[in-house]
Design a protein around this ligand. Structure first.
Ligand SMILES: [Zn+2]
Length: 398
């Protein structure tokens, strides 16, 4: 296995993303341009351990009148304002071909008719704790260029910790392991429903990414149809597997470990790297050394080592600009409908928007919206910057 001469990657060029079949324009010479654009407010992280106004803190009342239990570690509940909802009340959702039909009609109790408006009146929600707005059913549309399909699903919120003031970067490794266990339980919960095909596990952190609540939490959106980004990744991995008889990310990981220049940190089960084709300035991918395709298939050791590597990476992110580093993180793995998914390897992606400091972010606008993504900082330079950070959080150094 050869290595790419780094000198070839310092000039203006495009890089190919084999997971999404996309290109990114890399213009390292632009790093020297003056910045007169938007500056984000710097967020001082002085949150209390418990915030009586936070709807995710233990013991607090949410917008729909439900009270959170005094949970000691993690806590999952149905999103009070879900983007995806289950089938219509009393009606069984269509089963996935080849699988047993779901046992229960879904959505029967506590249903609120969409005619009541959105958000539904608080009184109505308080009447029934299982209340969720159920939109009217949509029929498929296939009329030439105009196509539409119904979509159904389940949205869950998962609190990572009872502590309002923590983030993954400052949680104990065992606490993050509990989060990994809950992710796996939630995937299993969705799979057991019998009518869901894909589970997107993600975390949106920081106001710069549109996160509305600083309490450490993530989301689970499970849907009856596979969303297009994971679908494309699965298709590209299947195509590679058919051509080579090996998995794409396994071959890619071996290549990155041989080259070394884009690896940020690693342990016995996981490797964190800045993908060769990264779009966001400090984008990273977390890849398991073992070819595993589902969060549920991780061994207890792999979950603990996953927690360690997540803590290491997120602390490095915070240390980079000495601020709570915003990002969107998501897991990509197999579908939950029993499909074969050949060549699929589980992985997590982190997309952080910050570019030069805690207050200057990258925008995907102009050329990025109309042509293709573009970056200034090379993936190799970004990996250098992350590698030189301490894995010990700056607030935890004494
Ligand atoms: Zn809170």
């Amino acid at each position: 296995m050869g290595t790419v001469n780094p000198a070839l990657l310092t000039g203006l060029h495009r890089r190919y993303n084999p997971l999404l079949d996309e290109w990114v324009l890399v213009s390292p010479h632009r790093l020297s341009r003056p910045w007169q654009g938007q500056v984000e407010p710097a967020h001082a992280d002085d949150r209390p351990a418990h915030d009586p106004t936070c709807y995710l803190c233990p013991g607090n009342t949410r917008a729909n009148g439900l009270r959170n239990p005094a949970y000691p570690s993690t806590y999952a509940f149905d999103n009070d304002f879900p983007a995806l909802v289950e089938a219509e009340p009393g009606r069984k959702p269509p089963p996935i071909p080849g699988r047993a039909a779901p046992d229960q009609p879904v959505g029967a109790p506590g249903t609120i008719n969409v005619a009541q408006g959105f958000p539904p009146p608080r009184e109505a929600l308080r009447r029934d704790h299982a209340a969720v707005v159920r939109p009217a059913s949509c029929s498929p549309v296939s009329d030439g260029l105009l196509r539409a399909l119904p979509q159904r699903g389940v949205c869950r919120v998962i609190c990572f910790s009872p502590r309002h003031d923590l983030t993954l970067a400052r949680m104990e490794t065992t606490g993050i392991r509990d989060v990994a266990d809950l992710w796996a339980e939630e995937v299993e919960r969705a799979a057991r429903a019998g009518w869901l095909r894909y589970v997107q596990v993600f975390e949106n952190k920081g106001a710069a990414m549109g996160c509305s609540n600083p309490h450490p939490h993530g989301q689970i959106w499970a849907s009856a149809e596979v969303p297009h980004l994971p679908e494309r990744k699965l298709a590209m991995q299947a195509k590679y597997h058919a051509a080579h008889g090996r998995d794409l990310l396994g071959d890619y990981l071996a290549r990155e470990l041989a080259e070394g220049v884009r690896v940020v940190c690693q342990n016995d089960a996981w490797v964190v790297l800045v993908p060769f084709w990264a779009v966001w300035p400090f984008e990273t991918m977390v890849v398991p050394r073992r070819c595993v395709d589902d969060l549920r298939s991780l061994t207890p050791d792999e979950r603990l080592l996953l927690a360690a590597v997540f803590r290491d990476l997120t602390a490095r992110y915070d240390n980079l600009f000495r601020c709570p580093f915003p990002y969107s993180m998501g897991w990509h793995g197999r579908t939950i409908d029993g499909a074969a998914n050949p060549g699929c390897r589980l992985h997590a992606v982190f997309y952080p928007p910050l570019l030069r400091s805690a207050t200057v972010r990258k925008f995907l606008v102009g050329y990025e919206m109309t042509a293709e993504p573009q970056r200034d900082l090379t993936a190799e330079h970004a990996a250098d910057r992350l590698r030189e950070q301490s894995p010990v959080h700056y607030l935890d150094r004494r």
